[in-house]
Design a protein around this ligand. Sequence first.
Ligand code: ADP
Ligand code: MG
Length: 248
Amino acid sequence: MPAPDANAIIEMIDVHKWFGQFHVLRDINLSVNQKERIVICGPSGSGKSTLIRCINRLEEHQRGQIIVDGVELTNDIKKIETIRREVGMVFQHFNLFPHLTVLENLTLGPIWVKKTPKAEAEETAMNYLERVKIPEQADKYPGQLSGGQQQRVAIARSLCMNPKVMLFDEPTSALDPEMIKEVLDVMIELAETGMTMLVVTHEMGFARTVADRVIFMDGGEIIEQNEPEEFFHNPQSERTKMFLSQIL
Ligand code: ADP
Ligand code: MG
């Protein structure tokens, strides 16, 4: 078994997962360094969501090790909570609380999980709403916002918890085309701040500009990975070539 890498903030070693009889993740080895930006792509059903959901224990792996910032994920709820505080996640369908205002969505975690005083939580929330360029929406409800605005709220909400790593699961695939750019721009700015990011996306323009590494998955396996230039211009596996020919 390879030794855990001391510089890695996320380490997956020989990870396997099954849904019942179905072997969904097969021998995943992935080490993510601090400040690294990784894009994960691959056909629908290849295990991309399951892989990143294992990192904050939204899914449980059955074999191998997952270590986040030095803490190994086990059934120990204290460790799971520690890791969830450090790992923010943004989903395809935003997952905002519909009955809370934008500001309340942003302050809920800090107030209840981190015990931050309300005034301080609200100040931080407004700072992040400025960063995602919608401070004027603070008192609205999610249903009153466009998809692109809701996704920017979801990103700001994660950032209010001051995570060390951000996971994105197809953050733009539920959006109308004209809203994709406003969300990608926020993600590009976040990358520029040095945030460690794992992004499942088929936005290959984003991968080219932002990613340090692109990972291609198929059938629950990491088939190949490379820096974007090499990945796009010199794919090695037939499966990668086939996938790229379909999406580019
Ligand atoms: P991707 O994100 O690459 O589209 P997923 O990780 O969502 O792929 O899913 C990988 C495979 O696992 C798919 O075949 C999917 O149907 C299956 N799967 C996902 N979640 C579950 C679940 N909760 N129970 C059973 N099978 C699942
Ligand atoms: Mg998915």
